[in-house]
Write a protein that binds this ligand. Sequence first.
Ligand code: SF4
Length: 292
Amino acid sequence: MVLQERKSAMTAISIVNSKMDLRVNSISQAHLNTWDICQRRYKYKFLEELSLPEADLQSKQSLLLGANFHLLMQQREMGLDVMELAESEAKLQSWLNAFATYPPEMIAGDRFCEHRRTLEMPLETFAISNDPNRTQTPLHHIENNDAGQGYFVLTAIYDFLILGDRRAQILDWKTHQRAIAKEKLETSWQTRLYLYLLAQTTDYLPEQLSMTYWFANTATSVVIEYSQNEHDRTDQNLKKILNEISYAQDYLKLAMGSPECKHCEFRDRCDRGDLSNSEFPSNISDIPEVEI
Ligand code: SF4
C-alpha cells in the first residue's frame, strides 16, 4: 500500500523552492501541537528526527492501522471495492461498516481526498526587530541546514475536503479508541491550522468554513464552525509561535511530574520514568493516530 503522501508529512519535511533554490522547512499541525506541549519533545522529534522506540510497538501498530483506514477511505472515494481489501483486518471492516451506516453530514460540492495546501509565512512579518535577543541567526534553521531562510511554509493535508457553492467543509477521519471532546478539538492546532489555511488560500469567508471530525470507533461526528474572530486569533498565535520556533535555543524539558511526560515517547531519554497505563492521554497529540 502506498502511503507516501501521508508519511512524508509525518516528519519535518524539507522541500525545495524552485524559485530561490533554498531548502524550506514546512510547519504542520504536528509541529505546532508538539511545540505547545513541550519544546524538548519538538527538538527530539523534528530537529533530531528521533523515532519511536521498539517498546512502543503497540503505538506503531495503531498508527499503521489508522493509516490503512485513511488509504481505504481514499480508495473508496475513487469507487474501488474496499471491503474486499479490508477483509484481512476486522477493525478496518468495522470502521468501513460504521462509515457506510453512520456517515457524517457532508455538503454538496467538489470533493478532494488527501488534499495538500500550503501557505508561505515570511519571517519578517512576525520578527521582533527591536529585541536584542533576536539578532542572531535562528537556531532552528542552523540545525536543519536552512540558514538564510526567510519564511516558513505552513502545510496541511486534508483527509477529505468539499468545496461547495457558498460553503467549504473539511472532514477528518479519526481512529482513536474513543471520541475526543469538542473543546479539545477546538483548541487543537489541527483544527486551527486547517481552517486558517483554507481561509487564507480560498475566497471563502471564515464563517463559510467548518471542520467535521468523524470518529470511526463510535461512528460519531464533531462539527466545528469557523469565524473571523477565530481566524484573527489564530493569525496572531501562529506569528507568535513561529517566532518562538525560529529563535529557540534551549528547548527546555517540562518539570518533573508533568502529566505530558507520562505518555511521551521520549520519557526514557528525559529520565521521566516508564509509561503509565492507568490513564488515558489528556492531549490529542498523545493518542496514537496518523499525525501530519
Ligand atoms: S518526556 Fe517530558 S520533558 Fe521529555 S520530551 Fe517528553 S514531554 Fe518533554
